[in-house]
Design a protein around this ligand. Structure first.
Ligand code: MN
Length: 485
């Protein structure tokens, strides 16, 4: 890897980028790491260059790429953070500092590990670019994992797949998530990895390529006839996702059919739906395999239309339809938002704010904090509508009480029943995405019921209910009367 390769990439993404600064960062890092080698035998600067290149590939901004070059300087060389700051300024020093702090937290049992996770969330919340650098750093470390002892390989792979891949997914940086996952998969389940790799990348690839080619031609003709400008391409799913699917559905791999998807990229949203019409008129759609993430985007902002049809020879074939902008977002996630800063300045995902709030609630209890983050952030979320058509996103399994507290504390505290999709429903009903929910309140109600704690899912509702219950006089009495429940 050379600095020229990075420069070429940066210029492609941003012709106005200050290349001179980038070169300075490289020279500084190169000088600082001089004489250092990695376990693999390569000069240390290779790692810095690869990290920066991965960042350039996901279209990260210039300070992030520079920080990628400099990320191991304070930790591993005689130049400290102050020196980096003096030479490159506050912004880059802060990014490097975030990475340095993160790298100091080593895996020492589950307790401290949870603590490190918590810190990672905090750094991410303060500047999301720290997370991007960490992903790139980790990805290159995974690529060179062979040079470490087997025990360490497994430990790092485990940590990466559980934490970093998940976080990359949350941030929508799918390109990195997939690469991290497949590399980890190789070390965690080598036998299965090799079998799948042989099956899909050696045995079946030629046949599948032919199938994709035929499908592409047929659809391209259909689009031309309908006067839609679009590009059709075929994509293989990555091995880890095929393996996950096998686990989930308990199937052997000869039975797993849909190992690739065809992607249709068009100019605008109207064309997405028109292209969908073309696909469904050529091939019969499979029931329940249609998802409109343009109408209702995923919580991380992902937008696309997915449909699976009985394609050529009746073979199940999946299509993903999206605009060019959505395509960039889908591949680069949050990095794309930074890249397109002008258009989407404040498009920080809502869950980052939630992490900051959660952090306050669980100041002294890291274990519960992680549990709650996993529950509220990592799990699927649902979208629920108010009678006015406003959307609230909640963790799946949320109830009308969670919804009521999300809308307003007063509504939560005084809710008496709920109307879900025009039907009176109990307050502990499990809501589904797309539900329309109206909360009926009772002004005479003094406050939330302790019983609700048995079914609420969000920490917001739980905390509000708890603090009311704790304050109530009843609670005070309880302390003085033994045995009272
Ligand atoms: Mn590093």
């Amino acid at each position: 890897m050379t600095i020229e390769q990075i420069i070429t990439r940066v210029k492609e993404n941003n012709p106005e980028a200050d290349i001179e600064l980038l070169e300075l960062a490289f020279q500084y890092a190169d000088h600082a790491h001089e004489g250092q080698f990695r376990r693999s035998g390569e000069p240390y600067i290779e790692h810095s260059l690869h990290t920066a290149f991965i960042l350039a590939e996901i279209k990260a901004d210039l300070p992030t790429i520079m920080a990628g070059l400099l990320h191991d300087v304070p930790e591993d060389t005689e130049y400290d953070l102050e020196d980096v700051k003096k030479n490159f300024g506050e912004e880059i020093a802060t990014l490097v500092e975030g990475i340095t702090k993160l790298s100091k937290i080593k895996y020492r049992g589950i307790e401290r590990y949870a603590e490190s996770l918590r810190k990672m969330f905090l750094f991410m919340a303060s500047d999301i670019r720290v997370a991007l650098i960490k992903f790139a750093d980790r990805l290159h470390n995974l690529r060179t994992l062979d040079s470490l002892p087997p025990e360490k390989q497994v430990r790092i792979a485990q940590e990466s797949i559980e934490i970093y891949a998940q976080l990359a997914g949350l941030l929508g940086v799918w390109r990195l998530k997939w690469q991290i996952e497949d590399l980890c998969f190789k070390y965690l389940h080598p036998e299965e990895f090799n079998k799948l790799q042989y099956k899909y990348e050696v045995e079946q690839r030629a046949e599948q390529n032919q199938f994709i080619q035929k499908t592409k031609e047929k659809l391209t003709n259909g689009l031309i006839e309908a006067n839609i400008k679009g590009e059709v391409s075929g994509r293989f799913k990555h091995l880890y996702s095929i393996w996950l699917k096998m686990q989930r559905k308990d199937r052997r791999f000869d039975e797993i059919q849909d190992v690739f998807a065809l992607r249709v990229v068009v100019d605008d949203i109207a064309d997405c739906y028109r292209a969908l019409g073309v696909i469904h008129s050529i091939w019969r759609p499979k029931i329940n395999r249609f998802k409109d993430y343009i109408g209702v985007p995923k919580p991380n902002g992902y937008r696309s239309i997915h449909t699976t049809v009985f394609g050529i020879d009746g073979k199940a074939t999946e299509f993903q339809i999206r605009t060019k902008e959505m395509n960039v977002e889908a591949n680069y996630g949050i990095a794309a938002h930074i890249y397109y800063k002008t258009g989407h300045a404040e498009k920080q995902p809502r869950w980052i704010k939630e992490i900051i709030n959660l952090q306050k609630d669980f100041e002294n209890n890291t274990k519960d904090f992680i549990k709650q983050v996993k529950f509220e952030i990592f799990r699927d979320r649902i979208f629920v509508f108010t009678p006015q058509g406003d959307v609230y996103d909640l963790p799946s399994g949320s109830t009308p009480v969670d919804f009521a507290f999300a809308v307003h504390t007063d509504i939560g505290s005084h809710c008496s029943s709920a109307i879900v999709n025009d039907r009176i429903s109990p307050l502990d009903t499990s809501l589904k995405s797309g539900d329309h929910v109206e909360i009926l309140t009772d002004k005479n109600r003094k406050g939330p019921s302790r019983d609700w704690l048995k079914f609420v899912k969000t920490s917001r509702a739980r905390n509000k209910i708890k603090s009311y219950v704790n304050q109530s006089r009843f609670e005070q009495l309880r302390k003085f009367i033994p045995g009272m429940k």
